[in-house]
Design a protein around this ligand. Structure first.
Ligand code: ATP
Ligand code: MG
Length: 224
């Protein structure tokens, strides 16, 4: 993670954020405070039902806090657990096209498509029908869609939960590379259940009882 490029760096800050779904007693998220102000690979773990997906929805604005403040200076892209719930078009090119600002020349569009496919290790996949892709390739296509939309912060909600180990590793390494690219580093917040994934993170926090713990080094991380 780096301290330079201060003005371009996406920034997320939760200040005393609380949230509960309508009709539910008590707060699912309670006075939650955390900051992400450096590019890097940030991971959050938590038990089933601890509110991880709710945290993602608060970040991308699908739901609003009951109390507290969320400060965002980030262009956020989202990757869900199941890419079939996210991909709309029949092939890679058309899916990328609906995510791009098309107010640019055809040459520029082609250059960007080539670039983002290369970034996710899918060079040459432009014309491939989506239904011929593996789960991991679909996940990497959704990451490419975030990149082509000039997102600088990607939130990923258990993106490897449905993948085999080979695809899991490819998706993990894709995000690792993007977040450690020194020219244009990306910020990624990755929700996971899989303990072995934590070693890829720059920092890990646990969501428990509505709170997010402080960020910890993966090698020192222990569940509370
Ligand atoms: N739209 C909703 N309306 C009411 N309750 C909800 C809604 N969405 C989630 N919940 C409840 O909020 C709690 C937290 O859900 P959430 O999906 O955020 O947990 P999670 O940590 O992502 O779980 P998992 O590990 O299973 O993905 C659960 O008890 C769930 O039933
Ligand atoms: Mg969830």
């Amino acid at each position: 993670m780096r301290d330079s490029l201060e003005n371009e760096i996406p920034h997320i800050k939760f200040k005393d954020v609380s949230f509960s779904y309508p009709g539910k007693k008590g707060n699912l998220i309670f006075k939650c405070n955390f900051t992400i102000k450096k590019p890097g690979f940030w991971m959050v773990v938590g038990r089933n039902g601890s509110g991880k997906s709710t945290l993602i929805k608060l970040i991308n604005g699908i739901i609003k806090p009951k109390t507290g403040v969320i400060n965002l200076k980030a262009n956020i892209g989202t990757v869900l657990q199941n890419p079939d719930h996210q991909i709309l078009m029949p092939n890679c090119r058309s899916e990328l096209l609906i995510n791009i600002n098309q107010n640019i020349s055809q040459n520029e569009i082609n250059r960007k498509i080539e670039y983002v496919l290369d970034q996710v290790g899918m060079t040459g996949f432009e014309k491939r029908p989506v239904n011929t892709l593996s789960g991991g390739q679909k996940q990497r296509l959704t990451i490419a869609c975030a990149l082509i939309g000039d997102r600088n912060f990607i939130v990923l909600d258990e993106p490897t939960a449905l993948l085999d180990q080979t695809s899991q590793l490819k998706v993990l390494k894709t995000i690792k590379n993007l977040t450690s690219n020194h020219k244009k580093p990306l910020s990624a917040l990755w929700i996971t259940h899989r303990y072995e994934e934590l070693t890829y993170a720059d920092a890990v926090a646990e969501l428990k009882n509505g709170f997010l713990s402080s960020w910890q080094e993966p090698s020192k991380f222990r569940y509370n």
